[in-house]
Design a protein around this ligand. Sequence first.
Ligand code: NAD
Ligand code: UDP
Length: 327
Amino acid sequence: MPSVKRILVTGGAGFLGSHLCERLLERGDEVLCVDNFFSSTRRNVEHLLDHPRFELMRHDVTFPLYVEVDEIYNLACPASPVHYQYDPVQTTKTSVIGAINMLGLAKRVKAKIFQASTSEVYGDPVVHPQPESYWGNVNPIGFRSCYDEGKRCAETLFFDYRRQHKLSVKVARIFNTYGPRMHPHDGRVVSNFIVQALQGADITLYGDGQQTRSFCYVDDLVDGFMRLMDTPDEVTGPMNLGNPNEFTIRELADLVVELTGSRSRVMSAPLPSDDPKQRQPNIAKARETLAWAPRTQLREGLEKTIAYFDALLARGEIYKPKREGVR
Ligand code: NAD
Ligand code: UDP
């Protein structure tokens, strides 16, 4: 193994991927960032382009990729409901064919491979909080299914490649994560609420706002990714990574209004179909195996995220949507 590791990050120009690339470079690794910019822009990694150990490649993971690397973080897949429901067939292809291509690459070059799976594999859970042993409650034919079932199939592939080809796999089930470089209009709740509050627009609360989510700050999550990748071969996951502090969406709306000092009103809008009612990770496994737990409280993480979007607005890089609360 060479002293400098060569690491492929698929979806590396996205929200989570761009933070991961940054952290790997800081650690001294060589990073190959692969992205087709479906739900991101080059701007997320612009500050890395001159780095001597960073390379950016435009590529769609549904096509084979021939590179030589030591480790693969497979993050390529749109994550927000707006983006993944825009072209649902492509979403399933990205998860399933993308996984097959990246697992094939890992097999050929004998690389360790990490999969960015999701709490969505639990669907609308009837077990709460969700441990990794819970098999989930997923609608196979709904609007969210392209994402949920695509990610579930990708997990199957990871464990079949493990059993069949002895690959070293690391599967993380990521719960809602937020922070700087989220796409301002990808429709996810934290970015939506912050941008609406900063623009003085109505806050679009879907349903009665009593549904819950547990929000993890991006730096904590990326730390968990790297710890999981560095575990011995027998540690495969799936492993929940997220912040167990659970909030109702109404509480989130009120906190964003408070922290931005906004005059925005919180307005009800229809609840999307199959919207999970509650979600909270059980992270006992990550605590024990990785000695990992999130450190950033929601208030502190939101302040940093608000500062990011505030700066984007000041530079005129967020336009005001023609229709408020578009989904
Ligand atoms: P994101 O949309 O910002 O990033 C995904 C990246 O993948 C984008 O840069 C996009 O252009 C790229 N991509 C999409 N399809 C591709 C393809 N076919 N080929 C190459 N690149 C492609 O989303 P994110 O929040 O950074 O999510 C990253 C990963 O983490 C995703 O796999 C997502 O499912 C998973 N995840 C994220 C969260 C979260 O809360 N952020 C929660 C659960 C799981
Ligand atoms: N949500 C909301 N207003 C918005 C965007 C989202 O009330 O403008 C709600 C959404 O219905 C869901 C929660 O916030 O209950 C989290 O939504 P998000 O799309 O961020 O993620 P996911 O549903 O995939 O967890």
